[in-house]
Design a protein around this ligand. Sequence first.
Ligand code: NDP
Length: 478
Amino acid sequence: MNLHQNFIAGEWTRGSDAIHNINPSDTNDVVGIYARATAGDTRTAIAAAKAAFPAWSRSGILERHAILKKTGDEIMARKEELGSLLAREEGKTLPEAIGETVRAAQIFDFFAGEVLRLAGETLPSTRPNIGIEIVREPIGVIGIITPWNFPIAIPAWKIAPALCYGNTVVFKPAELVPGCSWAIADILHRAGLPKGVFNLVMGKGSVVGQAMLDSADLAGITFTGSTGTGRQVAASSLEHNRKFQLEMGGKNPMVVLDDADLTVAVDACANSSFFSTGQRCTASSRLIVTEGIHEKFVAALTEKLKTLTVDHAMKAGTHIGPVVDERQLKTDTDYIEIGKSEGAKLAFGGELISRDTPGFYLQPTLFTEATNQMRISREEIFGPVAAIIRVKDYDEALATANDTPFGLSSGIATTSLKHATHFKRNAEAGMVMVNLPTAGVDFHVPFGGRKGSSYGPREQGTYAAEFFTTVKTAYTLG
Ligand code: NDP
């Protein structure tokens, strides 16, 4: 099997050692062998990106447009192949993986368009005979650190705007899923990026990621991952006086009111909690249900769960793929035990399942009779595990939804305009969904949260410019 190498200073390089990328649907299936960079390789990549910055930051917009457009076009043209790679390395179902790949292509396409729309402002001064220009400039070398759960979309939504606005990049993907990131590097390279503008350093967070955090030459770090690592990014960034942007965990609520359309509510909750194996930062693991619909809702959701097939991600008819790896599976099953010991009632699932291939298969797991104080309601599990919390009325539902250290996405199922409107205004979250799952967002609008979920400017859409540029105000006499 070929070694997939790191891409540093325009060259493919071997690194210190290599890892096997294992398919969580079938642990006998090695997806590929991927090089591991050292801390020294990471420093070389940062130096290369720094050297490439002056020329790239002044490159013509047509050059940047062409490279981003070509990249998006190639990802789209190869959506089946890259989607298969994604499903194999991460374990989400093939349709979900192809959907994510299409989204990555659309993101490159969107920022290819944004390059052509770069603009500033001109204003009169408060003083006579002076003009003012306000322009956005790139910030320098951007460090990109990504998690395993969206192996192509999250890299895309950080890399595309970084390059669009004229920054250079050092990119470290999650070690569990290097395949799609390697494919992006290969595509960007062939699309014609000058040497050093984009560097891929695969490897361990504690080595490669840490070398990025320790560098004084990164002007910014954009990070998605756990709260713990996010705090380390923040602390190191303050020390080096650099910009940082964090997207971290969630404990997203989905409120179901008495007046909800039951089918809409059940579909939204099943999707939010269990699709992509519950491994989405926007997944909902707290289903907050008012007492008038509670019994009907529990019965209907349990019936729905019986119809969902957990199996190999590549198999037609699979609704839920495996958990990503053994470590995450252990976390999920530990939380299932915690839920039971806290007094929540296991209404569905909770068991490991065997399939034709050796993989990390877990039943979708639903607790009822949970309270919002239980650990399963307060801590992010990041697996196919959800808990129903029974509440009296809308006011208690809203208060419970907001009673969390997180604030990424918040959903409500209701046919009441009054409650939907009130919820949109009062949910303490970056994104609010009405009669829709808490997960599933568009690529052209801002993405991000509040409280412990996020820090810094929003990602995606035109709002991405806030992080990837810095503003200059120029005054001219005459
Ligand atoms: P981690 O924080 O463990 O890892 C995220 C990235 O950080 C990985 O690339 C990891 O490398 C790297 N990393 C680990 N240690 C360090 C370090 N010391 N210095 C620099 N980088 C480091 O999170 P997971 O990948 O396990 O992702 C799961 C978490 O991410 C969940 O909590 C989830 O909620 C959150 N998440 C949030 C999203 C959001 O948008 N809000 C979206 C997706 C996930 P390595 O892989 O080698 O460990």
